[in-house]
Write a protein that binds this ligand. Structure first.
Ligand code: 13P
Ligand code: SF4
Length: 309
C-alpha cells in the first residue's frame, strides 16, 4: 500500500495533477486527496483549479460537473462505473417529455444527475443550498424538483413554493432501518441523530440535524454533545472522527445486515487507490462531454454558484 501512495504522489507531481475526493470515498483515497468536500464545495474547488489534470474521486456526475466548470482541464474518474442511483432515476428523455408537456414549470435539479439532464434544467442545487435556490423563485412559480423524492419532500416542508417532485431516490439513504436507529437511541439517550436529506421522511423526523455531508461534519465538530448517530454513507466517519476525536459517532444501521451494518455506496466504492494510480498513469478514463450539451449544462450550474455565494 505504501508504494501505491508514493507512486500517486510522484505521478501527481510529474503530471501537474490534483486529487479531489468526496467524503464517501474509501479511506485510503481520502488520505491521499488534496481536497475533500461535499458536492457544492467540490464544484467550487473544481472551478478554480489551475493544474493540468483533475483526478476526481467521487461518482460520474461529480466528475462531469468538474469538467463542465473547468473545461480546459483533463478530468479523470478512476472508474467510469462510479454511477449514482439518483442520476439513473432521471433520464434526459423523461425530463424532456415533462418539459414539453409542462412548459410553465421551472426545472430545479439536484446536482446528482447527468450533464444531459442538467442541460434541460433552469438551475442546479445541492443538499446544502437547495432551499436557497428554490426560494430564489417567486412564490407562485411552478417548480419541478428532480430527481430525489426524499430531498424534494423535505424541501416541501421548508419552502412555501408548491413543488412537483420527481420519483427518484438514493438507494444508500433509503437503506436505514428506523427500528434499529430507535434501538440505538434507547441505548444512548444522549445521542443526537443527524441525517442527510436524501433519507426517508421517517428518518428525517427523528433527526435533530439535517444537512449535507460537510454540514453534518461541522455540526459534530462544533456541538458540545458527544454522541451522534449519523444517517448517511459510512465514508463520512473518517473525517468526523478526525475532527471530533472525543465524540462517539455511531453509523445508522441498515435494514439488511451487511459487512459494516452501516450504509455504503457501492458506486463510490468502485474507485480504489490502485485505480487512482492507474488513471493518473494512463490519463484515462477521461470525462468527455459533447460540446453542445456542455454549453447548456454549464448554465444552470453557474446559476447555482451565483445564487449561493
Ligand atoms: P453532499 O456531499 O452534497 O451532501 O452529497 C451527498 C451525496 O449523496 C453525494 O452523492
Ligand atoms: Fe448516488 Fe446515493 Fe451514492 Fe450519493 S450515496 S452517489 S446519491 S447512490
Amino acid at each position: 500500500m505504501g508504494n501505491v501512495f508514493e507512486e500517486i504522489i510522484e505521478l501527481k507531481r510529474d503530471k501537474n495533477a490534483i486529487i479531489l475526493s468526496h467524503f464517501y470515498q474509501d479511506e485510503k483515497i481520502q488520505m491521499i486527496a488534496d481536497f475533500i468536500g461535499d458536492s457544492l464545495e467540490l464544484s467550487r474547488k473544481a472551478a478554480v483549479i489551475d493544474k493540468d489534470i483533475i483526478v476526481f474521486c467521487g461518482v460520474h456526475f461529480m466528475a462531469e460537473t468538474a469538467k463542465l466548470l473547468n473545461p480546459t482541464k483533463k478530468v479523470l474518474l478512476p472508474d467510469l462505473n462510479a454511477g449514482c442511483s439518483l442520476a439513473d432515476n432521471c433520464s434526459a428523455t423523461e425530463l424532456l417529455a415533462f418539459k414539453l408537456k409542462n412548459p410553465q414549470y421551472k426545472i430545479v435539479t439536484y446536482i446528482n444527475c447527468s450533464a444531459e439532464v442538467k442541460a434541460l434544467s433552469d438551475v442546479v442545487c445541492t443538499s446544502s443550498n437547495a432551499k436557497q435556490i428554490i426560494e430564489s423563485f417567486p412564490i407562485n412559480q411552478q417548480i419541478l424538483f428532480a430527481p430525489d423524492r426524499n430531498l424534494g419532500a423535505y424541501l416541501q416542508t421548508q419552502v412555501s413554493h408548491d413543488l412537483e417532485i420527481w420519483d427518484g431516490a438514493c438507494i444508500v439513504h433509503e437503506a436505514f432501518s428506523i427500528q434499529k436507529i430507535i434501538d440505538i437511541r434507547l441505548k444512548f439517550p444522549e445521542a443526537l441523530i443527524l441525517a442527510h436529506p436524501e433519507s426517508e421522511s421517517s428518518i428525517l423526523k427523528l433527526a435533530q440535524f439535517i444537512g449535507s455531508t460537510s454540514q453534518m461534519i461541522r455540526f459534530v465538530t462544533e456541538h458540545p454533545k458527544e454522541t451522534f448517530i449519523v444517517a448517511t454513507e459510512a465514508g463520512i466517519l473518517l473525517k468526523m472522527k478526525e475532527l471530533a476525536p472525543h465524540a462517539t459517532i455511531i453509523p445508522a444501521p441498515v435494514y439488511e445486515d451487511n459487512t459494516c451494518a452501516c450504509s455504503e455506496c457501492a458506486y463510490m466504492k468502485v474507485n480504489t487507490l490502485e485505480k487512482v494510480r492507474d488513471c493518473l498513469l494512463n490519463e484515462s478514463p477521461e470525462i468527455v462531454i459533447d460540446s453542445n450539451i456542455a454549453e447548456l449544462a454549464r448554465k444552470p450550474i453557474d446559476k447555482m454558484l451565483t445564487l449561493s455565494i
